[in-house]
Design a protein around this ligand. Structure first.
Ligand code: 5GP
Ligand code: ZN
Length: 134
């Protein structure tokens, strides 16, 4: 049995304020109602997070997100933040892959912040640690 809240929204078992839908993707307002227009874009297929997403689904969600962003800009929003939390350590709560879109206007008072690290890490060492090739 699938207890995933977003799967229930896809099946219509839980209501949502739909913004956009196509064959593979659904976008609806985040229930938090924090930043006005905060939208979630999800694949209709259950995939727990970005790490579990195949390229095809990931591309479909991002292409739909781009379409939604363009639509929001056409409505008069001046910018957007796109965020996707992957796994609990990042703050992911709902384990069904999703992209947050925050529509933005200059001086709207919303702010996306990261806590600054207590200690600065050397960029050189970090690049050595993270660098990779295909
Ligand atoms: P996460 O922290 O996993 O990236 O974000 C999950 C988001 O899902 C949160 O912003 C939360 O407000 C939203 N959310 C959780 N349950 C529901 C729900 O039942 N309906 C809607 N529309 N959003 C939800
Ligand atoms: Zn799901």
């Amino acid at each position: 049995m699938n207890d995933c809240i977003f799967c229930k929204i896809v099946k219509g078992e839980i209501p949502c304020y739909k913004i956009y839908e196509n064959k593979d993707v659904l976008a609806f307002l985040d229930i938090e109602n924090d930043v006005p227009g905060h939208t979630l874009v999800i694949p209709k297929k259950h995939l727990s997070d970005l790490d579990a997403c195949d390229d095809d689904v990931f591309a479909k969600v991002l292409l739909a997100s781009k379409k939604i962003v363009k639509h929001f800009l056409s409505l008069g929003y001046e910018g957007v933040n796109l965020v996707s939390n992957c796994k609990e350590s990042s703050g992911q709560i709902v384990k069904h892959f999703h992209v947050h879109i925050f529509p933005r206007k200059t001086n709207d008072g919303a702010k996306l912040t990261m806590q600054p690290a207590k200690q600065k890490t050397s960029l050189e060492l970090m690049a050595e640690k993270l660098r990779f090739e295909d």
